[in-house]
Ligand binder design. Structure first.
Ligand code: PMP
Length: 353
C-alpha cells in the first residue's frame, strides 16, 4: 500500500505485563508494594469533580513549587511530565538533535534505543564492564549527548558520584541526562552537581519510591536554560500533560516526607534480607541499590525459573536478550510477598538439583 511509505515505523518498547489475577504476586514492573502517603487517599476522596470541567494548570505550578522547595531549587528549574517516560522522551526530542550518536550503556533501560529510533537520533551503546559497571572512558568519544540511569536498570548497580562527575566533566558540550528513577533506594542524587554543570538534567519519578505509578508523574531538574528549551518543545506538542488530580495528589505525596522515608527504608531492609536468602539458594546478582534484584541461578536457567514462577502466580521480569538472558529482575515487594517467593524458590531449587 502506497500510504505505508509515509508511515513512521518503530519497534515499540515492550512494557512489563500488567495482569490482574486474584492472589498474584506482582514483582515484574518495580512498583512500590505499599500505598501512597495517607494524605493522598484523603485528598483523593475530597477531590472536587466540578474542577475537572477546566483544563489543568499547564505548568503544574502547585506541584512544581512543592518540588522546588523539597529539592532546594528554583521552580524554573523543574519540568513535569506524564511519568518520567514522558519527560525522557521529550528530553530526547529536545536535546539530542545533533548528528553525532548519543551514548548510553549496552545493558540499560530498554526504552532509550526506542526513543532514539522514534526521534531519529543516531546512538551508540557502550558496554558495561564484567561487573556491570559503566566505563567512564567510553564516554570520552565525540557524541551528541549522554544518558544513563543511576542506579542502572535492570542491574541495580549504583555508580559513584565521582563516576557521574567524570562523565559530566568529559561532556561539557552536550546534554548529559542522569535517569534517577531508582535513586531513593540508597543512592545519593547528582542534583548537587547542577551548580557546576548547566548541561546536566536529572530525571526522577513518582512511580517507584512515591508509590504512584498509576498516577503517572515524572519530573526533571536542570538549569533554567535547559528547562526553558524543554518547555518550548512541550508547549509545541501538548500543553496540558499532567492532569489535575495528578498535580494535587503528587504535591501531597511530597509533603509527607516521614512516610516517604519509612517506605523507602522498609524496601531497602527487605531488599538486603532477600539478597542474603537468595545467596543461600545459589543465586548471584549485582549488589543492587534499587528496588529490584537482578538474579541468576548457578544451575537453573532463568527462563525456566521465570515460567515456573509464573505458573505459581508470581510475576517477575525476564528478557531473552544477549547478556541478560540468564537473569531475572525481581522487584522487592513486601516482606510477606518476598517470603512467598523465597518459599517457592527453596522448594523449586531443592527439587531441580
Ligand atoms: N527510567 C527507568 C530506568 C525505568 O526503569 C523506568 C520504569 N520503567 C522509567 C524511567 C519510567 O518510569 P515512569 O514513566 O513510570 O516514571
Amino acid at each position: 500500500m502506497k500510504w505505508e511509505d509515509n508511515v513512521r515505523r518503530v519497534v515499540p518498547y515492550v512494557a512489563g505485563e500488567q495482569p490482574n489475577k486474584p492472589g498474584m504476586i506482582k514483582l515484574n514492573t518495580n512498583e512500590c508494594p505499599y500505598p501512597p502517603a495517607p494524605g493522598v487517599a484523603k485528598l483523593a476522596a475530597e477531590l472536587d469533580c466540578d474542577a475537572l470541567r477546566l483544563y489543568p494548570d499547564p505548568d503544574a505550578g502547585s506541584l512544581v513549587n512543592v518540588l522546588a522547595e523539597y529539592y532546594h531549587v528554583r521552580p524554573k528549574q523543574i519540568f513535569t511530565g506524564v511519568g518520567s517516560d514522558d519527560v525522557l522522551s521529550l528530553a530526547f526530542m529536545t536535546f539530542f538533535n545533533g548528528d553525532l550518536p548519543i551514548l548510553f550503556p549496552d545493558v540499560t533501560y530498554s526504552f532509550y534505543d526506542v526513543w532514539a529510533q522514534l526521534h531519529r537520533i543516531p546512538f551508540q551503546t557502550c558496554p558495561l564492564d564484567d561487573n556491570w559497571h559503566i566505563c567512564p572512558d567510553d564516554y570520552r568519544q565525540p557524541n551528541g549527548g549522554v544518558i544513563f540511569p543511576n542506579p542502572n536498570a535492570p542491574t541495580g548497580i549504583l555508580e559513584s558520584l565521582e563516576t557521574v562527575e567524570e562523565i559530566l566533566s568529559a561532556n561539557r558540550d552536550v546534554v548529559v541526562i542522569v535517569d534517577e528513577a531508582y535513586i531513593d533506594f540508597g543512592g545519593r542524587s547528582a542534583l548537587y552537581l547542577l551548580e557546576k554543570y548547566d548541561n546536566l538534567l536529572v530525571v526522577q519519578t513518582f512511580s517507584k519510591s512515591r508509590a504512584m505509578a498509576g498516577m503517572r508523574i515524572g519530573f526533571c531538574i536542570g538549569s533554567e536554560k535547559l528547562i526553558g528549551y524543554l518547555n518550548d518543545v512541550k508547549f509545541s506538542f501538548n500543553s496540558y500533560t499532567l492532569n489535575l488530580p495528578a498535580q494535587q495528589l503528587g504535591a501531597e505525596a511530597v509533603r509527607d516526607d516521614a512516610y516517604f522515608h519509612s517506605v523507602t527504608g522498609r524496601i531497602v531492609s527487605t531488599r538486603e534480607r532477600v539478597k542474603k536468602e537468595l545467596r543461600v539458594l545459589g543465586f548471584s546478582f549485582p549488589d543492587s541499590m534499587a528496588n529490584f534484584i537482578f538474579a541468576s541461578h548457578e544451575k537453573i536457567p532463568a527462563q525456566q525459573l521465570f515460567a515456573a514462577l509464573r505458573d505459581a502466580n508470581i510475576y517477575v521480569r525476564y528478557w531473552n536478550r544477549p547478556r541478560i538472558s540468564e537473569s531475572l529482575r525481581i522487584t522487592v515487594g513486601t516482606d510477606e510477598q518476598m517470603d512467598t517467593l523465597l518459599t517457592f524458590l527453596r522448594d523449586y531449587v531443592s527439587k531441580a538439583l
